[in-house]
Write a protein that binds this ligand. Structure first.
Ligand SMILES: *[C@@H]1O[C@H](CO)[C@@H](O)[C@H](O)[C@H]1NC(C)=O
Ligand SMILES: *[C@@H]1O[C@H](CO)[C@@H](O)[C@H](O)[C@H]1NC(C)=O
Ligand SMILES: *[C@@H]1O[C@H](CO)[C@@H](O)[C@H](O)[C@H]1NC(C)=O
Ligand SMILES: *[C@@H]1O[C@H](CO)[C@@H](O)[C@H](O)[C@H]1NC(C)=O
Length: 523
């Protein structure tokens, strides 16, 4: 039921009951006065407390229906929510909720696409709860986290959504908690904290603070957060690869790395915890919602298969990671076997300063029919996309003797000169937190009005290094043809990454020592 119809229903019933009893015209003046007063009180209550016909109570902790330790369940498995974030980038401000919605049994077969419209017919309402006891009831807006509206894939039982709840402009503080419901008059059994962000949550930068205290403005410095693809390495020990990868990112100017952990070995967990203690890495132990496999071999199999359902599940956690880091300037989604390497600058931050200069101005006359003459500004980039180049294991013939063999990236310097086609599925991106609304694996899916969704970065400026075992993906013709071109082009030494070699070698060795020591101490 919409808010308007509830409002009419309530006013209607109040005025009818009064009017029917009154016949005397003198008395009916009083009645009319009472109705006006009641309506005013009702409007005030509605405004102040979100009060109307149904009794709205926030669930107590033991009234919440949990699907597992990460996900709350709404309406008997119809909808699952993970987290909620405040978003002050637009007017009105929003609460953004990460969730997945069930398609119901037998909704989909191999040749019948998922019918997103059928899900979206069911209107959803957000209840915003404030610390002062007030609340707002607003309509939720769905945005799918998938690029296409229809998906043909027999594997899908849950769709991924970003739910947006507009915060009424009159509110001075953001809500502290939020619930989602199909029917506000039913008892609500879900509520998640709304994570807020602001300058106070920005990373501590003593230099910048000192400068601004002294009235000097510090040079602009972009804050970068990386979202590392969820980790599922139950048997392969990635401890040292993780340490090497993290240290390279730090030397490139990345401020924080966030990831989700399904399963890693004990050694890898020690490394993650060491970096977590130093505020460099943060992570959440990941769980899949509802009937998706919860543990063991079944989950491992599900996570290894590149099904559309797995990809949709990952989109929810990637967007969760993105919204966690709105206080940063750029967020990048990247895998453990990938590194974006600037070729003309030492760090990503230096390169970003330069990229803005290059991409923002459109040359005079460009694309202007009448000859133009005015120089114009291109729309700002919601993302900078980096083209991919392969450093396959099979190109590696012999170790560099002077480099420890466990430094996988530093050892693998042979690359194919073929740079993969400028295609949105073969790039990785640095996404602007100003412009992106829904994030995908390779770049933004939905951007704010006025933003250009992708700006491809010249390959001379930077490349995405991909350290794969092999590039063969048999069932995908386009990828297979890219792989063939990768293998048949010249294989050549490219040691651009060595600009980070000395500090990486030192820091990984130190980390290995610290981890060994922490295990000794806890043993
Ligand atoms: C999808 O669902 C909508 C709403 O239920 C319906 O009107 C439409 O016909 C369906 N489309 C297909 C292709 O089944
Ligand atoms: C939600 O916020 C409350 C109050 O700040 C806090 O006590 C509680 O632990 C939070 N819950 C979660 C799941 O973070
Ligand atoms: C790189 O490839 C060349 C040519 O195949 C080979 O001679 C060289 O040993 C390789 N370098 C490394 C580090 O494997
Ligand atoms: C790539 O090379 C393999 C082996 O030579 C071949 O079987 C396959 O058809 C090629 N794929 C494409 C798309 O050209």
């Amino acid at each position: 039921m919409s808010e308007k119809s509830k409002d009419q229903l309530c006013r209607g019933s109040v005025s009818d009951s009064y009017m029917a009893q009154q016949s005397d015209s003198y008395k009916s003046w009083y009645a009319a006065g009472a109705v006006v007063l009641l309506a005013a009180v009702y409007t005030w209550l509605l405004h102040e407390f979100g009060w109307f016909t149904c009794v709205l109570l926030a669930p107590t902790p033991d009234e919440i229906t949990w699907s597992n330790s990460n996900w709350q369940e709404i309406e008997e498995g119809s909808l699952f929510i993970l987290s909620a974030y405040e978003d002050r980038r637009f007017q009105p401000h929003y609460v953004r909720i990460m969730g997945m919605e069930s398609l119901g049994p037998a909704q989909q077969t191999k040749d019948q696409p998922v019918n997103v419209s059928a899900i979206e017919e069911h209107e959803l309402t957000c209840v915003l709860w404030y610390d002062n006891g007030k609340r707002d009831v607003v309509a939720a807006e769905r945005r799918t986290m998938h690029k296409q509206r229809t998906i043909y894939d027999g594997s899908i039982t849950y769709m991924a959504y970003l739910y947006s709840c507009p915060i009424p402009a009159a509110r001075e503080t953001p809500p502290s908690r939020v619930s989602l419901t199909f029917d506000v008059c039913e008892r609500i059994t879900n509520v998640v904290n709304v994570t807020s962000y602001g300058p106070s949550k920005k990373l501590h930068d003593p230099d910048q603070e000192r400068d601004s205290a002294a009235g000097r403005t510090a040079p602009p410095s972009d804050k970068i957060a990386l979202c590392l693809k969820p980790l599922n390495f139950p048997t392969k020990d990635i401890a040292l690869r993780l340490a090497e990868w993290i240290e390279i990112q730090r030397l490139q100017g990345v401020d924080v790395i966030f990831t989700y952990v399904y399963d890693v070995t004990d050694t890898a967990m020690v490394v993650l915890r060491q970096y977590q203690q130093r505020n460099i890495v943060d992570f959440v132990i990941a769980m899949l919602p509802d009937r998706l496999p919860g543990n063991g071999k079944a989950r491992e199999k599900f996570l290894r298969r590149t099904s559309m359902q797995l990809q949709l599940t990952e989109k929810v956690v990637l967007n969760d990671c993105f919204y966690r880091h709105l206080a940063y300037d750029y967020v990048s989604v990247i895998d453990l076997d990938e590194v974006i390497v600037p070729r003309q600058h030492h760090t990503l931050t230096e390169m970003l300063d330069n990229l803005r200069d290059v991409t923002v101005t459109v040359p005079k006359n460009a694309g202007v029919a009448d000859g133009g003459g005015e120089s114009q500004l291109a729309p700002p980039c919601a993302s900078y996309c980096f083209r991919q180049s392969m450093f396959l294991d099979e190109f590696h013939q012999q170790d560099h003797d002077d480099i420890p063999e466990y430094l996988h990236v530093m050892q693998h310097t042979n690359r194919s000169m073929y740079v993969l086609t400028k295609n949105e599925l073969s790039v990785k991106s640095l996404c602007s937190t100003r412009g992106v609304i829904v994030l995908g694996n390779h770049g933004p899916y939905q951007v704010a009005t006025g933003y250009k969704d992708r700006c491809y970065v010249n390959r001379k400026m930077a490349l995405l290094h991909h350290y794969r075992n092999s590039c063969n993906i048999i069932h995908n013709i386009q990828r297979s043809s890219e792989c063939n071109k990768t293998k048949s082009d010249t294989i050549q030494e490219d040691n651009m990454i060595w600009k980070y070699l000395d500090p990486v070698r030192q820091r990984v060795e130190q980390m290995a020592f610290d981890c060994w020591q922490s295990r000794e101490n806890s043993a």
